[in-house]
Design a protein around this ligand. Sequence first.
Ligand code: NAP
Ligand code: ZN
Ligand code: ZN
Length: 348
Amino acid sequence: MYNAKAFAAQTQTSPLAPFNFQRRTPGAHDVQIEILYCGVCHTDVHIARNEWHGTTYPCVPGHEIVGRVVKVGAHVKKFKEGDLAGVGCMVDSCRTCESCKENLEQFCDSGATFTYNAPDKISGGMTYGGYSDSVVVDESFVLQIPKHLNLAATAPLLCAGITTYSPLRHYKVGKGQKVGVVGLGGLGHMGVKLAKAFGAHVVVFTTSPSKVADALRLGADEVVNSKNADEMKKHANSFHFILDTVAAQHDINAYFALLKRDGTLTQVGVPAEPLSVQVGSLIFGRKSFTGSLIGGIKETQEMLDFCGEHNITSDIELIPIQKINEAYERLIKSDVKYRFVIDMASLK
Ligand code: NAP
Ligand code: ZN
Ligand code: ZN
């Protein structure tokens, strides 16, 4: 074991503050990574504040991790000291169930080991995430990072990138399709960039008039103020696919009305309270309402390689870790352009 520095929440109401703990020394298949940057996902806020009622304290959030390999175990093949490396939302899974065998570890029958706030099957206790100076992960769950991309702006690909890439690919979004992205935050702005790169006609739905110009700059073909019923009506029955990234309560039925016959709305945002569904708005038009959870490790690597080829990264605001509580308050107010990333040098 060795000492790791971090920021943790000690209770659901306390601000994140400095915290020291022990990480395992790397085993034969492990990679030890010095964390350079960690993105701030809205999930971190939900979990640090126990909004989903499953948090164990202390809680060290963070699952958009990029850094440099400082040590590798004897049997590690993919990485050597000095390499760039990334870790997303998972650090382990059973590897034998049907989902794991199909490279869908996020749906592991025994429950994937998430990067933080999950029972740690190796060291005991709970996993601690990326708001930390280092992490030790089995190489099967460590990603290769394209060398030429801005490293800090690559961190958010590890969650926001894969969470939007996976459903867009699963539903075969591409040329000739009209695709909506609801909410222009961390996930939403990656959804816009990726859907555009796949060739779709992209429409952003935002509640923030201050984001309209940015949405167009990020690649949207059209932007709709979702609070304006007339603007919404103009798009009735016209979408092949809508990706909803909203983290709070909102009227989902307004978006079902915008889907074409047989269209799909995939929910990736996770409001703490249930959303109310008017079944009529699905029945008329045989529409589908689905969910999607991050993506498997193989697909995450595919996404990183795709972003490398197409020079896609996140638009970020780099913060020292001492500003993390302020960043959370801003996320809650939708005041994010478009992902906070922690510069881990500030932890030293
Ligand atoms: P974020 O950066 O805070 O973005 C969410 C955006 O939703 C906001 O910027 C805002 O965009 C919009 N919004 C917020 N409150 C709203 C409201 N009351 N009504 C309508 N729109 C509202 O959050 P994020 O990091 O992208 O995460 C979004 C959600 O996805 C969170 O719930 C997170 O837990 C979840 N998530 C899920 C997965 C998964 O695998 N399914 C993975 C990662 C995250 P505008 O200003 O444009 O309106
Ligand atoms: Zn996330
Ligand atoms: Zn499994």
